[in-house]
Design a protein around this ligand. Structure first.
Ligand SMILES: Nc1ncnc2c1ncn2[C@@H]1O[C@H](COP(=O)(O)OP(=O)(O)O)[C@@H](O)[C@H]1O
Ligand SMILES: Cc1ncsc1CCOP(=O)(O)O
Ligand SMILES: [Mg+2]
Length: 262
């Protein structure tokens, strides 16, 4: 686990270009900014080439696309591949809505993601494993989460993060589990989207995207856990505020005191 990447990220302040969804765009921008990256968002395909050019990593969130946005996502994904920018995909609710899976499947034939980050329902859907996803949430299933993540990574030839109470990170061969976190992440809509964009920020400072992905998961989950230990009685609203503070202020040494992974 390369926790020193957090200091590297804060020192480099990499630009991360996001196509976000309208629900959580501000969480994503402020989460990246607080952590030490430099977010930029765009909905205009005419500036896609320049946007990818100035960014050190790209995060495409499929959370609330329109047909026009799907065209923009396809253009940006192809440009990220052409310009060798690390590319992270967040396939929101592909396990719950057949149309979303159809669109995501087509997009994944048009460009190659370096990392896909989703919950169990989303990653199972992309791996064609049976699972009862529930809207944007993971839902229910009895499959082996490590096997599902590995199947998805092998099928799509990329690093996969299957997030949840335990995050499974795999490139199809190497696999790590991060056990940190707090159930409070589930009461904040946008936790997953923030994590996906933070994965992109780590990919901007580390060429081994499996290493970048696992470090991002540990940093994000451990910061969530640390703030719940520091501040009792957190709930949805106060957790959101403390999470932003934690992203800005938490040090590598503090993360090491709770880090739990294998
Ligand atoms: N029950 C839980 N306990 C601890 N951490 C959790 C729990 N559920 C989610 N997380 C954390 O929340 C973050 C977002 O993951 P997740 O909830 O799976 O994404 P999404 O919001 O896309 O469904 C991750 O860092 C994950 O580790
Ligand atoms: C509620 C909602 N609807 C479409 S996208 C979205 C946000 C999903 O955010 P997250 O996956 O981070 O919980
Ligand atoms: Mg999500």
């Amino acid at each position: 686990m390369k926790l020193a990447l957090l200091n590297e990220l804060r020192q480099q302040n990499p630009i991360v270009f996001n196509i976000s969804n309208f629900v959580t765009v501000q969480d994503v921008a402020n989460g990246l900014n607080a952590l030490g990256a430099s977010p930029i968002m765009s909905e205009e395909v005419a500036e896609a080439d320049e946007m990818v050019g100035l960014a050190s990593a790209v995060c495409l969130n499929l959370g609330a696309f329109t047909q026009r946005q799907v065209e923009q996502i396809e253009t940006v994904g192809k440009l990220a591949n052409e310009q060798h920018r690390p590319l992270v995909i967040d396939p929101v609710a592909v396990g719950a809505v057949a149309y979303r899976k159809q669109v995501a499947t087509k997009l994944l034939q048009e460009f190659h993601p370096d990392v896909i980050r989703g919950n169990a329902g989303e990653i199972a859907a992309l791996a064609d494993v049976s699972w009862q996803a529930k809207g944007i949430d993971a839902g229910e299933g009895d499959g082996d989460l490590v096997a599902i993540a590995q199947a998805c990574a092998q099928k799509l030839a990329c690093t996969v993060i299957l997030s949840g109470p335990t995050d499974v990170i795999t490139d199809g061969t190497r696999t790590v589990k991060v056990m940190n976190g707090t159930p409070l992440f589930q009461v904040h809509v946008g936790s997953g989207d923030m994590l996906s964009s933070i994965v992109a920020a780590f990919c901007a400072v580390e060429d081994d995207y499996f290493e970048a992905a696992q470090t991002a998961c540990l940093v994000f989950a451990a910061i969530g856990e640390l703030i719940t230990k520091k501040t009792p009685n957190l709930a949805a609203g106060s957790f959101t505020v403390q999470l932003l503070d934690g992203l800005q202020l938490t040090t590598v040494d503090e993360i090491k005191t709770v880090a739990a992974y294998q």
